[in-house]
Write a protein that binds this ligand. Sequence first.
Ligand code: SF4
Length: 312
Amino acid sequence: MTTAELTTTLHEEVRALAAQRGAVILAHNYQVPEVQDVADFVGDSLGLSRQAAATGADAIVFCGVHFMAETAKILSPEKTVLLPDLDAGCSLAASITADQLRQWKAENPGAVVVSYVNTTAEVKAESDYCCTSGNAKAVIDAIPRDQAILFLPDMYLGLWLEKVTGRKLNIWLGECHVHAGIKPADIERWQAEAPDAELLVHPECGCASQAMAFGNDRTHILSTEGMINFAKASSKPRMLVATEIGIIHRLEKEAPGKRFEPVNRNAFCKYMKMITLEKVRNSLRDWKFEVEVDPEIAARARGAIDRMVALG
Ligand code: SF4
């Protein structure tokens, strides 16, 4: 059997099992193309959180990383949430523990805690608000201007938020190794080599602050969902993309006929790529691996997540 035939067979098997088991398949924008193609919904963290909250299915197969499956479980405690590989973690979520956050809060009494969604359920339980890159600005804007804010865990997103909201934040010095690896030099090189292209930059990137400093009208700081919307609406034929390379597949599907190129071909998240079509099939067939969240932690995390889902 060729690779293409094997992919088709697995795809059909997954769809049949999902129908039989009453499961919905959610896939993040950074998943491998064949996993995106088998999913019912593909999106960013916020979009998938909304799908998880709204689905009428009995089970969710979450093709993403662990904290995302935890978020889905918190939003839908009565549903079974399956993660096809339990080792699919996130270096950014691992950059702060609940103990570290409790300590930081004790040092800053009265401050409001805003956590990027890339955090463990325990950290969310210690937070007032969750946000994604898609609604982070709206979340900060919703907090009174004289209120001190602790923002965690991504420092690049925090620095970008300081610029777009004009507010001073206390920022945790965490980073995603994939996005931090996209350097200002990558942007400079592409600015010189592709003067006709629009540049789409994720605010988690190490280059985001610098990209904003260019301040030209073809540089756009966008969440992954924002990139999709921009590409669909734009009349420009060529775009450079500064985020994890998995997004290119979705951009090509949703904005056909345009040319998308990564500014750094090594922007590759090994955790996202742990989910394969075969593991999705195994997950549905063998009903594994169930993600559970302690009910007491889930109840506390839920308030922060609900505020995130509401503030689109
Ligand atoms: S790309 Fe970065 S933030 Fe996203 S899952 Fe991978 S390690 Fe985490």
